[in-house]
Design a protein around this ligand. Structure first.
Ligand SMILES: [Zn+2]
Length: 63
């Protein structure tokens, strides 16, 4: 069952159309982190913050 994580739901101020899609939570978070770094300039430190991970997990949807 694929999971999705919409960038603009994780960060409503970005208004970014990117949606990560994966079969596991780990893959989904890896893909989202890669996108956040490449497109939005986030650092590993920001992305490894427990609050950030909690925020990302809270907007994950199961399809
Ligand atoms: Zn984005």
């Amino acid at each position: 069952m694929p999971m999705t994580l919409a960038c603009r739901e994780a960060d409503p101020s970005s208004n970014c159309p990117y949606v990560a899609r994966a079969d596991t939570m780990e893959e989904l978070l890896t893909d989202t982190a890669k996108h956040a770094k490449e497109v939005h300039g986030y650092t590993d430190e920001q992305l490894n913050d427990p609050e950030m991970i909690k925020q990302l997990k809270s907007v994950i949807k199961q399809e």
